[in-house]
Write a protein that binds this ligand. Sequence first.
Ligand SMILES: Cc1cc2nc3c(=O)[nH]c(=O)nc-3n(C[C@H](O)[C@H](O)[C@H](O)COP(=O)(O)OP(=O)(O)OC[C@H]3O[C@@H](n4cnc5c(N)ncnc54)[C@H](O)[C@@H]3O)c2cc1C
Length: 644
Amino acid sequence: MKLDAKIPEGPLAEKWSKHKFNLKLVNPSNKRKYTVIVVGTGLAGSSAAASLAELGYNVKAFCYQDSPRRAHSIAAQGGINAAKNYRNDGDSVQRLFYDTIKGGDYRSREGNVYRLAEVSVNIIDQCVAQGVPFAREYGGLLDNRSFGGAQVSRTFYARGQTGQQLLLGAYSALNRQIHEGKVEMFSRHEMLDVVTVDGKAQGIIARNLVTGEIETHAAHAVLLCTGGYGNVYYLSTNAMGCNVTAAWRAHKRGAFFSNPCFTQIHPTCIPVSGDHQSKLTLMSESLRNDGRVWVPKTKELAAQLREGKIKATDLKEDERDYFLERKYPSFGNLVPRDVASRNAKEMVDEGKGVGTSGVAVYLDFADAISRLGEDAVRAKYGNLFDMYYQITDENPYKQPMRIYPAVHYTMGGLWVDYNLQTTVPGLYALGEANFSDHGANRLGASALMQGLADGYFVIPYTLGDYLATIGPKAIDVNHPAFTETKKAVEERLQKLLSLKGSKTVDEYHRELGKIMWEYCGMSRSEEGLKKAKKLIQDLKADFWKNAIVLGTNEEFNMSLEKAGRVADFIELGELMIDDALDRNESCGGHFRVESQTEEGEALRDDEKFAYVAAWEYTGENKPEALHKEDLKFENVKLSQRSYK
Ligand SMILES: Cc1cc2nc3c(=O)[nH]c(=O)nc-3n(C[C@H](O)[C@H](O)[C@H](O)COP(=O)(O)OP(=O)(O)OC[C@H]3O[C@@H](n4cnc5c(N)ncnc54)[C@H](O)[C@@H]3O)c2cc1C
């Protein structure tokens, strides 16, 4: 299959407008003849479902939580980017576009990224109209702060709970449509497969998580807004339920999976404290507006800190190394996440790590507190400081926070074209579930922007084009494809339930996470990746022999749910390894130790790797086929990324 990204011709700034004009429309009275399935009700899914229902389509929306408003999007803390230039500090659509392309280390499509920057301004207006309580300045205008990889302040925020407030906005819009009868909501339902008829997506198979009933749902199109797969690493900042199952099952039905190895490791998380943990906690990037990252200048001082002989506050200025400010004077503490994370690791590897484990660096607010006062710092970041205190029992107003990088976001995902359609006609992917806009490293506050851009402003246009093409003829839920897919789902569930070994599914998940973190985490090497591939294959074989899954299908069964998700994670893990092995260059968060500059920065190889990797499933235990979408850069010059 030849990949066609369908990027419109013409000047960058006109592509989206022209494309919208060229797309087919569905007449208002015909819209009610179509049904659209939206799987996922995070920011991408809620905004899409509400917007499509508002247009007049019938929508069936699914989520596995007990309420759509519990989607992982609610965890987002720091903010959402938009090129509003309220600060008059030089921002523009062009600059947001440029920062995002550069931030992603030139591994994303110009056309998509420009569109994202263009619609970013509409998102803020839409959310304000919904009543999202963005922080305001004294004069009443919306306030902004800075995030990594930018020299302007373009991040809109609602304290440290921006995701929650945005989701409440989208959820209200969704509820309005549920009330109007245009959205039928299926909470506590897990999509377990996509049904394709004549190569087109025409429905899904979902399990009612309370009763175990396996249901078939038909529609003219299916939208996967099912979030990211960072939990393949077991420990991550993602919500515990985040998983890859929907995307992975779609992959097995023909949707190509792109850049699976592109993972974001966030620099400011509360460090791992022991083997008992099942989750890590983010300390928002917004904290780097005022917090200064440092380690002791010498290994000896670091050792004394670790042994508790001295305290961080005992160290004088000239005994501290503010390594980000020293190495990157232009961007300082606000370098992009991949750069900040690698530098923290470097300090720890040099023996300058702090905390009892030695695997942490400091994030210090003493300067900000003396400059602005404790009250001002509390007003900006109070809930984050409280969270840190509750988890560590250390008071960040009095001593620096300890932070360390952790898995946070996945830039990889289902391949989609400019219309957000996967390689399966009628099957779309939105939000973190697709690979589209962030290249090899996502800039902070750009995920919320992308999810809402996809849901509020892109899919309402592009889906109509497809629907107008296929026409409103009813979809037959009795087609044999539905029966066959349902049977395959039931058989797989039975296979999982038949596992009566001795190792819990959680144990497998933890082992997988360790392999992924060690060999496909912050740095990757050919040797390590080859080793990891074998380890994962062995783990998979062991899982299907020795795992234990409790209970039956006909009940609320979290053991069964988890087993299915972990089995999918194991398979995904192997593909991530293949992808990381294939990409023998460093770019963004993908750091191949064989490919680095003399200063230890990621070294791209544009000649060989300026492409999107799109993997095609070819069958159980068979190597996947790699397709390449070449990336064309006509508006930016490829250069070594520098934040100095
Ligand atoms: C701690 C944290 C803080 C963050 N802060 C920020 C920030 O400040 N700014 C920013 O831009 N980004 C931030 N991010 C990233 C951002 O929150 C996510 O990328 C974004 O919210 C993802 O939204 P989504 O709609 O794509 O998916 P999600 O919000 O993850 O929603 C997924 C939905 O899919 C459903 N689902 C999944 N699988 C199935 C299935 N098989 N069947 C049925 N339903 C299914 C779930 O029930 C859920 O409704 C943060 C991430 C984390 C972890």
